[in-house]
Design a protein around this ligand. Sequence first.
Ligand code: CDP
Length: 213
Amino acid sequence: MTNNTITIAVDGPAASGKGTLSRRLARHFGLNYLDTGSLYRAVALIALNDNILLDDETALSHVAGSLSDDVLSDPRLREPGVGEAASKIASLIPVRETLLRYQRDRAETAPGAVLDGRDIGTVVCPEADVKLFVTASSEVRAERRYKELLSKGQDVTYDDIFAEIERRDARDSSRSAAPLIKAVDAHLLDTTNLDIERALDAAVYLVNQAIKA
Ligand code: CDP
């Protein structure tokens, strides 16, 4: 705990359920919540709309430094094509550095926050009070994301979602800048056979153990 704030870092591969879990954890502990993937997705959405090349570091870090609340709540952020473009942009160091400041500011705002992403426990908040690494089998993750997008009326197939998730995980894990990796001191939470309520119970237990210690 720093300056009376609590930081909970939640990382994991695509569609592992970390967003839902983090939102519920934040509500349970009365903390703020930051979906850091939405920052990368917002930069990607603007790049796609404005025809900015996905390797144009200067233009994209400028975009990253001026994200509005409107773009951060745009429903198109969840589209698979935007996730794919976000993962390409996420390998650019200037973009990551610009977004790093925003994420740390949010983490340090009282009463603290749950942040979910890929590098929260390793790079953004290495001193987090609790770190969780949430995962599930590729098949289960693809199924969950497929159902989520179908329920939002999107025209998607399971096979395309499965392929997109595998491609993104491979890119996110192999990049040199802040790759997707479990922090050594993170607790592994495999939700393949857990519904959200059981995953939440397990996460609440781990957080309570850590903040009591
Ligand atoms: O919701 P989902 O797990 O599918 O993805 P997301 O968390 O919205 O992240 C979209 C993309 O942003 C990821 O594939 C990563 O490439 C990138 N990202 C990142 O590099 N670092 C973060 N802290 C969060 C997201």
